[in-house]
Design a protein around this ligand. Sequence first.
Ligand SMILES: Cc1cc2nc3c(=O)[nH]c(=O)nc-3n(C[C@H](O)[C@H](O)[C@H](O)COP(=O)(O)O)c2cc1C
Length: 266
Amino acid sequence: MKTESVNLVYFSPTGTTKAVISAIARGINPERMTITDITKPDERKKPLELKNDHLLIIGVPVYMGRVPALLSEWLGIIKGNNTPVVCVVVYGNRVYEDALLELSDILTERGFITVAGAAFIGEHSFSTKSTPIAKDRPDKDDISKAEFFGKKIQEKLKAISSPEKNSNLIIPGTHPYRGDSKLWITDFIEVSDACIQCGVCADVCPCGAVSPDKSSSVDIEKCITCCACIKKCPEHARSIKPGMVSDASNRLFTLYSQRKEPEYFL
Ligand SMILES: Cc1cc2nc3c(=O)[nH]c(=O)nc-3n(C[C@H](O)[C@H](O)[C@H](O)COP(=O)(O)O)c2cc1C
């Protein structure tokens, strides 16, 4: 099968999904590549239609065992024409439940054909200095596995005449999906005096929840608790205050300290 160009798409508030997807792309090493970062709200307003000689590689983080619900609108306006797709989920060393199957199902519905899938591990959004969860992942080992996966995708595409000739692929998961697409609505961010109102927090927020004029003002109805504003604050002025998110962080640190490894399906 000949692939004219590769389209990389990711939603990645804290950057781990982006790192994995970029490593997969390096492994594929395509001649032509387009990158769409749907972390930015404006990018999620633009539709995307791909032909059957394109390859879509899409990566999303797992939220409560599911594909982030925030993406459903954009996923509803993209269109494939029997376009091959590689579905990738990145999770914080707890579980990915049926998120990979859900992503594959959504894209099948939109005219794509899943040719490969993978679940990688990224540092958990709720990971902190005192409660590290999958700290610094994807690490070197994960990245070389992602590059290897990219090489395998390339080999597979060369070996098949069309994406439909893909009968060996099994994406794990069950229906109805486990997990919960409803996120917590909680006021959990503490802002210290170190804040210089630089506006980075508002800029990196994927859902426009942080006010660009007053960084301590967060619209909790819009906030998806992704922690991008905390992790990317250049002054380290933002942190998780006591409450349900810090309790979850403690729990995850205690229960999910055992390292999980990436899985791929070809
Ligand atoms: C609201 C929310 C829910 C999450 N749910 C899960 C989960 O169910 N299982 C898991 O292992 N990690 C979970 N995570 C962690 C993320 O999947 C993980 O940190 C991922 O690497 C973040 O991707 P990013 O760096 O691209 O933003 C959750 C994170 C958030 C913010």
